[in-house]
Ligand binder design. Structure first.
Ligand code: PEP
Ligand code: MN
Length: 416
């Protein structure tokens, strides 16, 4: 597979990319959580099709987000990042998108009016279609099938056919992301290139064939960009410093995030900063901390201290969702609103004690009145009701009322 030339990517100028032998260096590193595509020819066809397509986002938009995140790193702004755990092709409707825009907008207003800090809003949107799974299989009764890995890979329905990875889905991800971005660009309050109120896009850069096929050289900066979204992040399960995902991210100029779970060490965090932000550029690297309410106060401080002492100007963001997942009485995955608030509180306490900037929150949310997370007071969900309107394809999301309530609670913590 080869990289597309500048003549194809169009947006960035006439100069062809230098022949960069490192562009695909990720292929020689261990890549965790990649699907076993059953049909190599279909994968090649999908990658070739994606390689020929235009970029989904412009490199200069990625640079703009990087500038915005540099302000967060300096303590002058706050990052609000949120959206579905897993987008699905079925849920791609104007109503769903408007709901998320409305919810994120209300949250940004609550955060900015309480603190006067500028809010940088980034959706988990227009590309969040691939999921790492803790188990490669799922068992129901006597039947064991491959786990659902997101609409980018297979189908949620529990049949052998639906769960077989299908590489043609990669081009459907591109199409769905393009449709989403197109709609966002028609909403004046959400245009990614038109401040204020702009919405940038982000997703987990999990499927390296997809990400690599959409990477484009930009003559303006002589750098390569993942043009699948403005910001990409590396998940907790794929962030080993010598792994393929970190290698891939080290070769692109987008702002990148890395999730840090409760077993992260200070040495690992600094190693990631050295790999991903060797030039110590504010806005380049965001650490998305997801340790759980019970761990964040103990585990986070040495990481912040070591990374700060190492001179890495990272953005610190709190994901209070992924470390607080429990089972509801009905057997659904859920999260309790107060545990979510508690983790954010702990995150703020740690940064206040160290004199560093609690730079933002990363949330799973939707504009719809779902009942996936328990608790809250504006749109409360009783623990026994979690199954009533449970629509997530993967992890439980805050509903509109819970999201806005959380934004007010965070605003209160910021104003303290
Ligand atoms: C996610 O963000 O949906 C996710 C899988 O997170 P993590 O990598 O932190 O587990
Ligand atoms: Mn999730």
């Amino acid at each position: 597979m080869s990289f597309v030339t500048a003549a194809v990517h169009g947006a960035a100028g006439a100069c062809p990319p230098p022949d960069d032998p490192k562009a695909e260096s990720w292929r020689s590193r261990p890549a965790a959580h990649q699907p076993d595509w059953p049909d190599p020819a279909a994968l090649r066809a999908a990658v070739d099709a994606l390689t020929a397509r235009p970029p989904l986002v412009a490199a200069r938009e990625c640079d703009l987000l990087r500038e915005r995140l540099a302000a967060v790193a300096r303590g002058e702004a706050f990052l609000l990042q949120g959206g579905d755990c897993a987008e699905t092709f079925d849920a791609l409707t104007a109503d769903q998108l408007d709901g998320k825009l409305h919810t994120l907008g209300r949250m940004a207003t609550a955060l900015t009016s309480a603190t006067r800090l500028r809010v940088v809003t980034v959706g988990r949107i227009a590309g969040q279609y691939a999921k790492p799974r803790s188990s490669p299989t799922e068992t129901r009764g006597a039947l064991t099938l491959p786990a659902y890995r997101g609409d980018a890979v297979n189908d949620r329905r529990f049949t052998a056919e639906a769960r077989t990875p299908d590489a043609q889905r990669l081009t459907r991800v591109y199409d769905a992301s393009a449709a989403t971005l197109n709609y966002l660009r028609t909403r004046p309050a959400a245009r990614p290139d038109d401040p204020p109120g702009q919405l940038f896009t982000s997703h987990e850069a999990l499927l390296l064939e997809y990400e690599s096929a959409l990477t484009r050289f930009d003559a303006r900066t002589a750098g390569r960009y993942a043009t699948s979204g403005h910001m990409v992040w590396i998940g907790e399960r794929t962030r080993r410093p010598d792994g393929a995902h970190v290698e891939f991210a080290s070769r692109i100029r987008n702002p990148v995030g890395v999730k840090l779970g409760p077993r992260s060490t200070a040495d690992e965090a600094l190693a990631l900063a050295d790999r991903l932000d060797p030039r110590r550029e504010p806005g380049r690297l965001t650490f998305i901390v997801r340790m759980g309410a019970a761990a964040v106060r103990d585990v986070l401080p040495p990481l912040v201290e070591k990374v700060t002492a190492g001179g890495a100007p990272v953005v610190w963001v709190c994901d209070p969702m992924h470390g607080n997942t429990v089972q509801s009485p009905s057997g659904h995955k859920t999260r309790h609103f107060e545990a979510i608030v508690d983790e954010v509180s702990g995150f703020f306490e740690v940064h206040r004690a160290l004199g560093t900037h609690p730079g933002g929150v990363h949330l799973e949310l939707t504009g719809a009145p779902v009942t996936e997370c328990a608790g809250g007071t504006l749109a409360p969900v009783a623990a026994a009701d979690v199954g009533l309107r449970y629509e997530s394809a993967c992890d439980p999301r805050l509903n509109h009322g819970q999201s806005v309530e959380l934004a007010h609670r965070v605003a209160h913590l910021m104003a303290d």
